[in-house]
Design a protein around this ligand. Structure first.
Ligand SMILES: Cc1ncc(COP(=O)(O)O)c(C=O)c1O
Length: 401
């Protein structure tokens, strides 16, 4: 496939995992496209054959990193100067949260829908600096999110951290409106974009957010150990380096040991620290490029929405199935429970007996499917058939409730 296509069969052919299994768990880790694996292999082979230290490799590596930043920037609607490459979403959230010059008594607002990857940096600063965390209770995420957050703002609030698309109910949160409110109070906004990047259109410039952290391995179908973070210009002025290295420096060849001072790069690249896994970086750029040029992001977003809607509808029509995901603000993640059925046991049975890959979530205790652009309605139908067949074998349990 060299030109943009909406040919689902060709897309599926390029992603072997999705024809081998009923692959409905991109929210954890997307299937790799062949061109991505080929790109990673080519770089690994070049490193093997040529050695990793021939002088040209420095230039090749810096060009690969530039390409990855440019792909991410085009995806998120910003300048590559506002993008740093990371190892995962959590890295980017840490860069934002730990970069603030915290004072005891400062406050953070977050939500009760955040992934541990978002929560852990918050609790780290809370413990280290005596910062208070206030948590907005959002239910399924489909209600008055802005109001719930607004009620928690005080003169000490310095940061709001929330997901764009919640991992546990599949709700799209109104990040733009939250940011507008936050900025009226001089509060920074750090967004966890783990489930939104590649699944819904995201324009960080229009949203106005300060920090937006994304993974490479989920909806962008890139390698593990890759991610990126958007840092807005104003946040570049505010956020300190928490972890610094030669890649952070304007003069990477060194500073005077005595009397020298650390002059960070002018761009977000200052948040990159040192050497990177170059096959993975090349794969990260390749996966976004492949979706952009061959699949087409607008088509992918539309398809994910259609499949999410189809799954929502099909599951709702099943007797004894309760869909948790709010219909009016969702995309490709759909969360549900099945009466009398332990979610973890059903997830296991779906895998072992029906070759269907979904996952369970602990809070709320439920099953989650992720519909990727490469899925088909038949994939969802197979899940539904398998639930009908297997539910009687999965008795209720309180293990995770
Ligand atoms: C909402 C959310 N945030 C963060 C993470 C952690 O992602 P990463 O491994 O890219 O740091 C996940 C992973 O499932 C997630 O769903």
């Amino acid at each position: 496939m060299t030109e943009k296509t909406t040919n689902v069969a060709a897309i599926r052919d390029a992603m072997p995992a999705v024809t081998r299994h009923v692959y409905l768990n991109t929210g954890t880790c997307g299937p790799l496209p062949r061109p991505v694996e080929e790109t990673m292999r080519a770089i690994a082979e070049a490193e093997l054959d040529d050695g990793r230290i021939v002088p040209e490799r420095y230039l090749i590596n810096s060009d690969l990193k530039r390409q990855a930043r440019e792909e991410v920037a085009a995806l998120l609607g910003c300048s590559p100067d506002n993008i740093a490459l990371t190892r995962h979403t959590t890295d980017g959230i840490n860069i934002g949260v730990l970069g603030i010059n915290w004072q005891p008594g400062d406050e953070i607002i977050t939500t009760d829908m955040e992934h541990p990857g978002g929560q852990a940096p918050l609790f780290t600063v809370a413990r280290r600096y005596g910062v208070t965390i206030r948590t907005a209770r959002l239910g399924d995420g489909g209600g008055d999110v802005v109001g719930a957050i607004a009620r928690l703002i005080t003169p000490r609030t310095r940061l709001i951290m929330l997901s764009h698309l919640t991992w546990n109910t599949g709700a799209i949160l109104p990040v733009g409106a939250v940011t507008e409110l936050a900025h009226q109070h001089g509060i920074l906004v750090v967004v966890d974009g783990a489930q939104s990047a590649g699944s819904i259109p995201v324009n960080v410039t229009e949203l106005g957010v300060d920090v937006y952290a994304i993974p490479g391995q989920k909806w962008l179908c890139g390698p593990e150990g890759t991610g990126a973070v958007y840092i807005a210009d104003n946040a570049l002025d505010i956020l300190q380096l928490t972890v610094a290295g030669y890649s952070s420096l304007a003069m990477p060849h060194g500073i005077e040991p005595i009397g020298g001072y650390l002059l960070p790069k002018a761009t977000a690249e200052r948040f990159e620290v040192g050497g990177m896994n170059m096959p993975a970086i090349a794969g990260q750029a390749a996966s976004i490029r492949w979706i952009r040029t061959t699949v087409g992001f607008p088509w992918a977003f539309e398809r994910i929405q259609q499949l999410g809607d189809y799954a929502w509808q099909s599951l709702s029509e099943l007797d004894g199935v309760h869909v948790i995901t709010p219909r009016h603000c969702m995309a490709g993640l759909v969360c549900f429970t099945v009466d009398g059925c332990d979610p973890a046991a059903l997830v296991q049975a779906l895998w072992q007996e029906a070759n269907v890959i979904v996952r369970f979530i602990s809070h709320p205790y439920c099953i989650r499917l992720s519909a990727g652009f490469y899925n088909t309605e038949e994939d969802i139908d197979q899940l539904i058939d398998a639930i009908r067949r297997l539910r009687k074998h999965c008795s209720p349990s309180t293990a995770h409730a």
